[in-house]
Design a protein around this ligand. Structure first.
Ligand SMILES: Cc1cc2nc3c(=O)[nH]c(=O)nc-3n(C[C@H](O)[C@H](O)[C@H](O)COP(=O)(O)O)c2cc1C
Length: 235
């Protein structure tokens, strides 16, 4: 089958787009409201963008009222946000924190979650989550949409602090069988990432000459000997 989104019908029961790019990791994003209360919500339109320095993004569709989502408003106003890893153990709390409630409602309380305070930013994150990022807002890009709730704010932040619970380490590495991250697979379908369904595959080394040093782009080459190393590290 072939269809042109927004132009020709897909002919299926539901729009298949959200089930195509899966599993989508969850950006469990927290910020501070104007009155100092905390805000928390999950975003599966979330991604790690790069690593040196690390950047992440979440994409928030505007509310049906046409207003921006609370985390977008807060991230821009305060210049910061936090990300918490959504795990299988915290799935119910993650889901409760998605409830669309009036601005100023504390979804940590709503979901029965304790807060932990960051070292570099003022907004709290999920204490029970084993991995948390403190982020500084970099920029927001508005993508226009077709109809109500379709426009989206893509919020990009630089990760300035990373908390890792040492209980989830094995031999000095993050052990995914201990964190069990969850990811969205379209509609109500989720995946829990466990070691039983994981496999290893090493990226092949190409016959490429070391990349020339790009003196104008120091940030891109810090800690990297050549393009191959950067490519490996990115994965
Ligand atoms: C697993 C999951 C993923 C979600 N992903 C998104 C998303 O990527 N973008 C979005 O706009 N809303 C998403 N939502 C809905 C938001 O979490 C919900 O609208 C929330 O109330 C927004 O909160 P805020 O206005 O406090 O930021 C998702 C909900 C769930 C349960």
């Amino acid at each position: 089958m072939f269809y042109e989104p927004g132009k020709t019908p897909h002919g299926l029961k539901k729009d298949p787009f959200k089930s195509c790019v899966v599993p989508r990791p969850i950006g469990w994003i927290s910020t501070l409201n104007t009155d100092g209360t905390a805000n928390l919500a999950p975003y599966s339109q979330f991604a790690h963008l790069t690593f040196s320095p690390p950047y992440v993004m979440f994409a928030a569709n505007v509310k049906d009222s046409g207003e921006r989502k609370d985390n977008v408003v807060n991230a821009e106003r305060t210049g910061e946000f936090c990300w918490s890893l959504a795990t299988y153990d915290l799935r119910e709390e993650m889901n409760k924190s998605a409830t669309e409630v009036p601005y100023g409602t504390d979804e940590f309380d709503l979901a029965g979650l304790e807060k932990a305070l960051g070292s570099l930013v003022k907004c709290p994150f999920v204490k029970a989550s084993p991995i948390n990022f403190e982020c500084v807002h970099h920029s927001t890009i508005r993508l226009p949409g077709d109809g109500v709730g379709a426009s989206v704010d893509v919020v990009i932040g630089r990760v300035v602090g990373i908390h890792i619970d040492e209980a989830v380490l094995t031999d000095g590495e993050i052990d995914i069988s201990k964190t069990v991250p969850i990811a969205r697979c379209g509609g109500p379908n989720y995946a829990a990432i466990r070691d039983v369904c994981m496999f290893k595959m090493v990226t092949p080394k190409g016959a490429v000459a070391p990349a020339p040093v790009n003196k104008g782009a120091k940030e891109e080459t810090i800690g990297m000997d050549n393009g191959q190393k950067a490519d490996e590290a990115a994965r």
